[in-house]
Write a protein that binds this ligand. Structure first.
Ligand code: HEC
Length: 131
């Protein structure tokens, strides 16, 4: 059944109202908050999201678009230092799913964040703008 044209135009209006924009902003906030909680339980004991704090793992500030193994002064494993790829969302998902299969020889202990929804939350947290 084709939707009635009036229904289509009211859906369009709905999607562009301030309320709809507020709902979108809320969705984004919820993703980031949930991502922060997952990051805290799965990643934070070894990583920070700002470059100014020394942690066991490299800082993950602006990691998307960054070349793997490229934070100056961080002692990467040879495997990651020589991996030669750039972190994308897809690469991060594969890494979270099974980092040791993705880059054999990495010194990051295996983490197995296999749920794509949890991965999406953590990505939202990593992507949020930070000054
Ligand atoms: C037990 C400590 C530990 C935990 C937990 C951990 N990491 Fe790591 N992570 C490391 C270490 C150590 C490295 C450096 C690996 C190497 O040099 O081979 C690393 C490297 C990385 C890198 C590569 C960064 C770069 O500069 O190329 C990413 C991305 C990353 N971790 C993401 C995560 C995420 C996301 C989580 C949580 C789901 C997580 N890590 C959990 C220790 C950890």
């Amino acid at each position: 059944m084709t939707p009635h044209p009036l229904l289509l135009s009211s859906l369009f209006l709905l999607a562009t109202t301030p309320l709809a924009r507020a709902e979108q902003a809320l969705d984004e906030r919820i993703k980031i908050e949930a991502g922060g909680a997952f990051f805290a339980s799965e990643c934070q004991r070894c990583h920070s999201v700002t470059a100014d704090r020394q942690t066991y793992g490299p800082p993950l500030e602006n990691v998307i678009g960054r070349r793997a193994g490229s934070v100056p002064d961080y002692a990467y494993s040879p495997a990651l230092a020589q991996a030669g790829f750039t972190w994308t969302e897809g690469a991060l998902r594969a890494w979270m799913e099974d980092n040791q299969a993705f880059v054999p020889g990495t010194k990051m202990r295996h983490v197995g964040v296999t749920d794509p929804v949890v991965q999406a939350f953590i990505l939202a947290w990593l992507k949020q703008p930070r000054s």
